[in-house]
Design a protein around this ligand. Structure first.
Ligand SMILES: Cc1cc2nc3c(=O)[nH]c(=O)nc-3n(C[C@H](O)[C@H](O)[C@H](O)COP(=O)(O)OP(=O)(O)OC[C@H]3O[C@@H](n4cnc5c(N)ncnc54)[C@H](O)[C@@H]3O)c2cc1C
Length: 426
């Protein structure tokens, strides 16, 4: 009787996990297979979401891809997709699922990769366990509600909040849009402010050059967007009055005067909340709390291995938004890391099979500081701002044609290249 295949379980089938599955599918020994687990029945090109929450119909423009065995892996592939399925726990050489796979909810692994990314409240990321139909319905509701609103308050002036303000002011000129940001400059976030008491591995985002935030503020202001910096929304507490704003976000029951910390109020009938995200590292912290930083990132070494003394994490790796590899956490970086991780994991597996010490060439973080923030679809004068990081040659302002190129569709046109199966995506 032939031996059962040895599993390399990858948890999460977004940019990091999906790209890693593609790379390992062709580089693992034939006695191994990839087992890719994803809780939602679809993947989403998150960069294009800022348009999909505003512009009706844009959710149809290749924004999402359905995850099935036939869309992810070519016909006859030995590799497996388990979807929709959620990993509930990491054990010593096993993962526990909320659904059965090959007759059991416990799946053994030789290696396991945590590519569980980060969380944000819907619609910014789908709720765990969402179906494509549910998520598309949510996007259509958000589009319709923002389209019908007279005055929209956006809370959070990171890249996503700024881009949503750009899309709204571009698509609905004349609609009252206010962008409230707690920091003194757009794109400056608490994550990009160095943490003086950070642990050795704690993760800090590279700051964005000041002039970019200032340029975006000036362009939004020229379109009539009210940019309120150094302000926070004051959520109601015990002194809430009947009929007043109850702290809800999204479509409000009617227009309310929303209080800010300075004492001023902003009239709004829709509130779009764009807070920062939180890494989905609970599977690892449940095994060893020391393996996760204060900010929630899984601590990894240069060979993508989780740094822990716990035996249950000895053959566990992490990458993408959930892990501490340096760099601005982006889809591009997640895919880049996955190419290196696949080489490292394949080398470890082959060394273990040959009874050799498991070592591989370590990953050198590239710490890209490039960022491009469009304000709409790239037509018109105020297209947004960006900077390109040429390392030794310095940081250069992104030319307008680059911003326009990205703004056209946020590179959604490339999304389906991740899907290596033959079946249709939808
Ligand atoms: C609105 C928005 C706009 C963005 N704009 C840009 C941009 O313009 N350019 C750019 O490069 N990047 C952008 N990003 C960032 C980029 O999308 C992320 O860096 C990238 O998605 C990270 O990929 P990831 O695979 O590490 O994690 P994620 O994309 O977060 O994916 C993690 C996956 O793991 C799954 N998962 C989690 N836990 C479990 C579990 N227990 N069991 C099974 N599955 C699980 C999740 O369902 C999810 O599919 C944006 C992000 C957002 C939210």
């Amino acid at each position: 009787m032939s031996e059962p295949p040895k599993n390399v379980v990858i948890i999460g089938a977004s940019f990091a996990g999906h790209a890693l599955a593609n790379a390992l599918a062709t580089s693992l020994p034939t006695s191994y297979r990839v087992v890719l687990v994803e809780q939602n029945d679809f993947a989403i090109h998150l960069p294009a979401l800022v348009r999909a929450v505003v512009v009706p119909g844009s959710e149809r423009d290749k924004l999402t891809g359905r995850l099935t065995q036939g869309t992810v892996f070519p016909p006859g592939s030995r590799h497996r997709l388990i979807c929709p399925a959620k990993v509930l726990a990491l054990g010593d050489g096993t993962v526990t699922l909320d659904t059965e796979f090959e007759g059991s909810k416990t799946v053994p692994f030789e290696r396991c990769v945590v590519a569980t990314g980060a969380s944000q409240a819907p619609p910014l990321r789908p709720a765990p366990g969402s179906t494509l139909e549910e998520y598309n319905a949510l996007l259509r509701t958000v589009q319709a509600d923002m389209g019908a609103a007279d005055a929209i308050l956006i809370v959070g002036g990171g890249a996503v909040g700024v881009e949503v303000a750009g899309e709204l002011s571009h698509h609905y000129p004349g609609k009252k849009v206010t962008l409230v940001h707690s920091q003194p400059r757009l794109l400056l976030t608490s994550e990009s402010t160095p943490r003086p008491k950070a642990a050795a591995h704690d993760f800090a985002y590279a700051p964005v050059p000041e002039w970019i935030g200032e340029s975006l503020e000036a362009q939004l202001a020229a379109r009539g967007v009210d940019v309120a910096l150094g302000e926070r929304v004051v959520f109601p507490s015990g002194d809430w009055k009947e009929g007043g704003w109850d702290g809800a976000t999204g479509k409000l029951d009617r227009a309310h005067d929303i209080p800010l910390t300075s004492g001023r109020t902003v009239r709004a009938d829709y509130i779009f909340a764009s807070p920062g995200n939180r890494p989905n590292s609970a599977l690892v912290s449940a095994v060893d709390g020391e393996a996760v930083t204060g900010a929630g990132h899984v601590v990894v070494d240069a060979e993508f291995r989780v740094v822990s003394d716990d035996a249950a994490l000895a053959r566990v790796y992490a990458l993408g938004d959930v892990a501490t590899q340096a760099g601005r956490k982006t889809a591009g970086l997640a895919v880049y890391e996955s190419r290196h991780a696949s080489k490292v994991i394949a080398a470890h597996v082959k060394a273990a099979e040959a009874g050799r010490v498991e070592t591989a060439r370590g990953y050198t973080p590239i710490d890209w500081r490039s960022i491009v923030v469009p304000l709409g679809d790239g037509t018109g004068d105020a297209v947004g701002a960006g900077v390109l990081d040429f390392k030794w040659f310095g940081m250069w302002a992104a030319p307008r044609w680059i911003i326009r190129w990205f703004a056209k569709d946020y590179f959604v046109r490339n999304f389906y290249s991740l899907f290596k199966g033959r079946d249709e995506y939808r």
